[in-house]
Design a protein around this ligand. Structure first.
Ligand code: HEC
Ligand code: HEC
Ligand code: HEC
Ligand code: HEC
Ligand code: HEC
Ligand code: HEC
Ligand code: HEC
Ligand code: HEC
Length: 363
């Protein structure tokens, strides 16, 4: 497909060239005639660009937004994409369809797609996208007028000329968690990606330092079922899909009396990105920031030791964890984010009361 595409690019390039010569000629004729009326009878100039995806006022869940534009040949030299006033992409169009992905943040995102031709503004499209979040309460409910757009619930004949929208066998590779070949996989990752029909549009979903096993091998259908309604939606609660592979964790946690609030309600993805992230364990934020989101008062460390020498309280970050090699001290150094034998959710190896302190302060 790539080769066919590049052939098409070449043809388009020479076509653009021919069109440029033609338009210069038309311009000269217009100047020579010097007739204003001549210009008035011209058909209106073709729009510099139009947005095929996303529709205006869409609600998104995760941090990546796909954009697809139609850019009539020769209409635009440069496309600048700003999100809430910050530049996120700068594209020199060389194809009639330009596809790319931009990051979006929680809440309101004003996407401004500006087309420039010979240093002049020739087109402007503004699309509003709202990224909702279960974690950050302020962004839980999208404003009135915004709604989810289920891309895969519609026919997209403008896309199928270049992309495959019917999943194939390789989109549901078996993923054996017990024998997951991390090392081999890293080498093969690129090859595996190319076998996926999802890759051509969703390739950025895995471009983070920490990638979840089934995503790294592009086995998207191990969680996204094409026959659900809406198509590809994942069963809730998350525990259903997560524990289908993480059987060990399920059994271990079931033996513990106390389960953490969000785990108890089956909301694994309030803390874990199911695909990939900047943080280990594919957390949606680093551990400390994640916990503080819901336990705002605990960051000070006042809760750990009531009477503390000096004016600061017990650290909760910014220093090494004595028990976990090369890892920062954080809330999870003392607490298990999932389940525990104690109501304060202490980690299994820590014990309680004074024993807990002694684990790190041996002397
Ligand atoms: C003229 C051919 C063509 C058409 C039509 C087309 N695309 Fe693309 N698209 C491409 C090419 C080529 C790539 C790059 C693929 C790659 O690198 O594997 C791409 C990549 C993408 C990407 C990933 C961009 C990135 O780099 O992050 C998305 C998302 C995408 N297309 C969405 C769409 C959607 C939605 C439609 C229909 C509205 C569409 N495309 C129609 C050719 C096309
Ligand atoms: C033509 C490009 C294209 C291909 C191929 C594609 N997707 Fe998508 N998909 C999109 C776009 C665009 C969206 C809208 C969300 C976004 O901005 O990424 C989307 C959204 C989704 C969603 C959210 C629900 C929805 O319908 O909006 C899921 C889940 C998803 N895709 C899974 C898949 C899987 C699994 C595959 C492979 C079997 C796949 N996609 C192939 C373009 C594509
Ligand atoms: C471990 C399970 C799992 C795997 C594997 C997985 N996903 Fe997802 N995906 C989810 C969950 C859970 C959601 C969130 C859906 C929700 O909560 O509504 C999601 C959401 C999405 C969305 C919607 C994003 C948005 O902003 O709304 C897209 C697109 C998507 N997945 C694409 C993919 C692609 C492509 C793959 C393969 C590389 C993949 N997923 C593999 C679990 C998974
Ligand atoms: C299709 C099987 C499958 C499903 C479903 C699945 N996982 Fe995983 N998960 C894996 C594999 C494989 C690994 C990599 C194991 C390894 O690194 O040894 C992994 C690793 C992880 C890790 C990192 C573990 C570590 O010790 O580094 C986390 C965190 C995780 N998954 C969370 C989830 C969550 C949350 C869900 C549900 C949204 C989920 N998984 C659903 C297969 C799955
Ligand atoms: C409150 C946030 C939160 C929730 C909810 C949550 N996790 Fe975690 N999870 C974490 C953190 C933080 C870590 C890293 C812990 C550490 O540093 O030791 C982690 C680590 C993991 C690991 C790897 C370490 C291990 O225990 O094996 C897996 C697997 C995992 N989580 C799966 C899940 C599943 C499945 C769910 C849903 C039942 C879930 N998590 C719900 C925050 C959470
Ligand atoms: C999405 C919100 C949310 C996040 C994120 C979250 N928690 Fe919680 N946490 C709760 C809820 C809800 C409860 C149960 C209600 C309660 O007792 O306050 C709870 C209870 C607890 C408890 C037991 C409280 C008690 O009363 O004994 C501890 C300890 C705890 N969380 C630690 C953490 C740590 C550590 C993290 C980060 C890994 C974290 N929480 C992240 C919502 C959250
Ligand atoms: C050095 C160990 C340690 C660290 C680090 C730590 N805690 Fe605690 N945490 C404790 C102890 C000890 C208790 C029990 C205090 C008590 O019973 O008075 C506790 C209790 C709690 C409770 C439940 C009791 C209450 O006061 O409501 C929550 C919630 C909690 N911690 C959250 C956090 C969060 C969030 C972080 C990270 C910002 C964190 N903890 C970091 C040791 C720690
Ligand atoms: C997970 C390990 C861990 C646990 C459990 C823990 N601490 Fe700490 N504590 C630390 C670290 C790390 C520091 C900072 C040391 C540094 O920066 O040099 C610290 C610092 C202190 C200090 C300041 C003096 C010093 O040694 O630097 C006191 C006092 C203290 N902790 C008391 C306690 C008490 C009381 C408990 C039990 C409620 C406790 N700690 C539990 C890791 C822990």
């Amino acid at each position: 497909m790539i080769r066919i595409l590049s052939m098409r690019y070449l043809r388009q390039k020479s076509f653009i060239h021919a069109r440029r010569i033609l338009s210069v000629a038309v311009f000269l004729v217009a100047v020579i005639l010097g007739a204003e009326g001549f210009c008035d009878t011209q058909p209106p100039r073709e729009k510099a660009l139009s947005v095929n995806y996303p529709p205006d006022k869409t609600v998104m869940e995760l941090g990546l937004l796909s954009i697809s534009l139609t850019v009539p040949q020769g209409s635009t030299d440069l496309i600048i994409v700003n999100v809430n006033g910050n530049e996120k992409a700068r594209i020199i169009p060389d194809n009639k369809i330009e596809c790319f992905t931009i990051p979006i943040s929680a809440g309101y995102n004003e996407i401004d797609v500006t087309a420039i031709k010979s240093s002049k503004l020739v087109g402007k499209n503004i699309i509003d996208v709202y990224r909702r979040s279960d974690l950050e309460r302020a962004y839980k409910d999208p404003p009135a007028g915004f709604q989810k757009d289920y891309f895969h619930m519609k026919e997209h004949s403008q896309c199928t000329g270049c992309h495959i929208l019917t999943p194939g066998k390789s989109d549901r590779k078996p993923v054996n968690i017990a024998a997951f070949p991390i090392e081999d996989m890293r080498i093969e990752e690129k090859i595996l990606a190319k076998t996926s029909t999802c890759y051509s549009c969703h390739k950025n979903i895995a471009s983070y330092p920490f990638v979840h096993g089934p995503v790294a091998v592009w086995s998207c259908l191990s969680c996204h079922d094409p026959v659900t309604e809406p198509k590809y939606s994942v069963k809730k609660p998350d525990t259903k899909s997560c524990y289908s592979c993480h059987v060990g964790q399920k059994e271990e946690r079931l033996t513990k009396k106390y389960r953490h609030g969000p785990v108890n309600t089956g909301m694994c993805t309030i803390c874990h990105n199911p695909h990939a992230s900047e943080d280990p364990f594919f957390l949606v934020k680093s551990t400390w920031d994640l916990c503080i989101n819901c336990h705002i008062d605990k960051g000070s460390g006042k809760h750990i030791v009531k009477i503390f020498p000096g004016k600061n309280f017990h650290p909760t970050r910014g220093t090494l964890d004595p028990l976990r090699k090369n890892r920062e001290l954080t809330c999870a150094s003392c607490h298990d984010p999932h389940a525990s034998k104690t109501p304060q959710l202490f980690r299994a190896n820590l014990g309680t009361g004074f024993m807990l302190c002694k684990k790190c302060h041996a002397d």
